[in-house]
Design a protein around this ligand. Structure first.
Ligand code: NAD
Ligand code: UD1
Length: 311
């Protein structure tokens, strides 16, 4: 049997969460369909987990995955804005319907707590920074809408079925094992890969767009807190650093840390892009006891060490 289930546990964030849970002595079950994740992400813990290769769009698979666990960490998703613009149906099926399937399975299995990987994309072009959880959501892409649907279902399952759901709105997570090799990869691995290869990174737009880049260890910590904290069921929490950095500032930071002077090239802005993003993390501090232990520079040191080693 397993204490916890991590869906999407072969992914970037999920694999870090699985590793930490296993290191803490938890019995962990992982469900993943390896569509964007890789079993290589779990090589440190492969023989210490219970592995299910399956799809959250399959209700029977969800039931099997949830059976007997106390906590579900639901990370499985298609996590790209640009991919959702090209193919909104798949993103909906995985992020919204897949989450509903997992919630039904968790409810029926008597799961104690369901921690949902939400997204700061829910805030969209809120125009007001820093973003606070009580703000009206403004989803600007099919991805943002599907992730928000998942979040709303999680809240409704707490309301109606008393399933203890907690939603964490992650802000632009980065760190080792974030995939640099997909057309849908996140900006930090793409920039690091280009600069390490001496090539100009591509900025979609003027580069003044900003993000609250959050090192993956902070996100893992927030999940562990959310699984145990009291009086947090039915609530949503920003998980971030509370600072924001523009893409031009990110390029300057990478050049400084790598001793390079690579100049980016610019292309047209991408549809569905949020312009600015920055979190107010007071609620997570006060109610989860969350604090971002690693800021962008410390996180980037660790990320650069990883990408240099694995290039
Ligand atoms: P990722 O693509 O590395 O991980 C997602 C995992 O889910 C992958 O292992 C993939 O194979 C799996 N998966 C996808 N579709 C599936 C399906 N139908 N059935 C089973 N497994 C499936 O992405 P990530 O960056 O680690 O994101 C993890 C979670 O965090 C996602 O829910 C994402 O929406 C959320 N999130 C990520 C960020 C970020 O900046 N990376 C920010 C906010 C929220
Ligand atoms: C990211 C996450 C998403 C998460 C969201 C909110 C990924 C792939 N996306 O979306 O899961 O919910 O944060 O936290 O992890 N850009 C460039 N050049 C590039 C790549 C990107 O200029 O080569 C720009 C984009 O146009 C955008 C910004 O960088 O303006 C960030 O893009 P990206 O890293 O894809 O993340 P988000 O779309 O913010």
């Amino acid at each position: 049997m397993a204490d916890s289930l991590v869906t999407g546990g072969a992914g970037f964030i999920g694999s870090h969460l699985v590793e930490e849970l296993v290191e803490r002595g938890e019995r962990v079950r992982v469900l993943d369909n390896l569509s964007t994740g890789s079993i290589a992400n779990l090589e440190q813990v492969r023989d210490r987990i219970e592995w299910i290769e399956g799809d959250v769009r399959d209700e029977a698979v969800c039931r099997r995955a949830a059976a007997g666990v106390a906590v579900v960490f639901h990370e499985a998703a298609l996590a790209s804005v640009s991919r959702s613009v090209e193919d909104p149906r798949s993103t909906h099926d995985v992020c919204a319907t897949g989450t509903l399937n997992m919630l039904i399975a968790a409810r029926d299995a008597g799961v104690r707590r369901f921690v949902y990987a939400g997204s700061s994309s829910a805030y969209g072009a809120s125009g007001r920074l820093p973003n606070r959880e009580e703000q009206l959501p403004l989803p600007m892409s099919p991805y943002a809408a599907a992730k928000l649907a998942g979040e709303q279902y999680a809240m409704a399952f707490h309301e109606v079925y008393e399933l203890e759901t907690v939603c964490l709105r992650y802000f632009n997570v980065f760190g080792p094992r974030q995939d640099p090799a997909s057309p849908y990869s996140a900006v930090i691995p793409l920039f690091i890969q280009a600069i390490l290869a001496g090539k100009p990174p591509t900025i979609y737009g003027d580069g003044e767009q900003s993000r609250d880049f959050t090192y993956v260890a902070n996100v893992v910590n927030a999940n562990l807190l959310a699984a145990r904290a009291k009086a947090v069921a039915g609530r949503t929490y920003n998980v971030a650093t509370g600072e924001r950095v523009s893409l031009l500032e990110l390029i300057a930071l990478l050049n400084r840390m790598l001793g390079t002077s690579i100049v980016p090239r610019h292309e047209a802005p991408r549809p569905g892009d949020v312009r600015h993003s920055q979190a107010d993390i007071r609620r997570a501090r006060d109610e989860l006891g969350y604090a971002p232990a690693l800021g962008i520079e410390a996180g980037m040191e660790r990320s650069l060490a990883y990408y240099r080693k694995t290039r």
